[in-house]
Design a protein around this ligand. Structure first.
Ligand code: PGA
Length: 261
């Protein structure tokens, strides 16, 4: 089964030197990847160009891909501090993570902003990894409440995408990331593979019926590590994982890759 593993480095490491050395450790290993699974690194913006060049110089490290952790919705102009989908595409990035719960929380991103970002990325041919997931207070109300929350997020974040013919080409990926299961959320809770599977099946049903997406890919994210990843990936319906904390630990991430490729 071909999976997608996205390493979300968040705001780490502290220097380009460390980022390059990490890539070399993982990259050498990735040359053995004959599985067709995709390993995607999402470093901070400032390291993207160097890492993409290093990977190209190493003949792409067995199909290593790159993602940004965010993107803006306009193509160019007076938007201080922002980066456009075109810039990322021109740099050689393949994916953009959009609507991560940390951006919703710390950068006050709304569903309306996220919707514009998804559309802009897809229009540019940049694969969008849209993150959705309920907070703890909603999950405490039960599965039905969690599903309604995610359905509502998808409705807002994917508004108008049916009109984009480009979506049929597999450019849209959804990451189900229950906010309470993220390793730094402070809850100490981890979503079980069964609960993740149930939600992912539900998301896939919504995407096929409401958005006519024929083969939607949906990943799971939240406290994934080398110990628990197989519990998620063994299910055909779970197309991969978005890994945070464990992805910036070279030993851990190597194990995760080994269990995937
Ligand atoms: P985590 O982060 O693996 O550290 O829980 C996942 C994410 O926030 O994308």
């Amino acid at each position: 089964m071909k999976k997608i593993i996205i390493a979300n480095w968040k705001m780490a490491p502290a220097s380009l030197k460390e980022a390059v050395s990490f890539l070399a450790k993982i990259g050498e290993y990735l040359k053995r990847n004959k599985s067709g699974s995709e390993i995607v690194i999402a470093p901070p913006y400032v390291y993207l160009e160097s890492l993409i060049s290093a990977s190209a110089a190493a003949k792409g490290y067995g199909g290593l891909r790159f993602a940004s952790q965010n993107v803006f919705w306009e193509e160019k102009g007076a938007f201080t501090g922002e980066i456009s989908p075109k810039m990322l595409k021109n740099l050689g990035a393949n994916y953009a993570i959009i609507g991560h719960s940390e951006r919703r929380k710390y950068a006050a991103e709304t569903d309306e902003m996220i919707n514009k970002k998804v559309i802009a990325a897809l229009n540019e041919g940049l694969k969008a990894v849209l993150c959705v997931g309920e907070p703890l207070e909603v999950r405490k109300k039960g599965k039905k409440a969690a599903m309604n929350f995610v359905k509502n997020q998808l409705q807002k974040d994917l508004k108008g995408i049916k009109k984009l013919s480009i979506v049929g080409r597999g450019l849209l990926v959804i990451a189900y990331e229950p906010v309470w299961s993220i390793s730094t959320s402070g809850t100490g809770l981890v979503c079980s593979p069964d609960d993740a599977l149930e939600m992912i099946k539900y998301i896939k049903k919504l995407l096929t019926t409401n958005y006519q997406l024929l083969t939607p890919r949906v990943l799971y994210g939240g406290s994934v590590d080398s110990q628990n990843i197989q519990g998620f990936l063994k299910h055909n319906e779970i197309d991969g994982a978005l890994v945070g904390g464990a992805s910036i630990n070279a030993k851990e991430f190597k194990k995760i890759v080994e269990l995937t490729i």
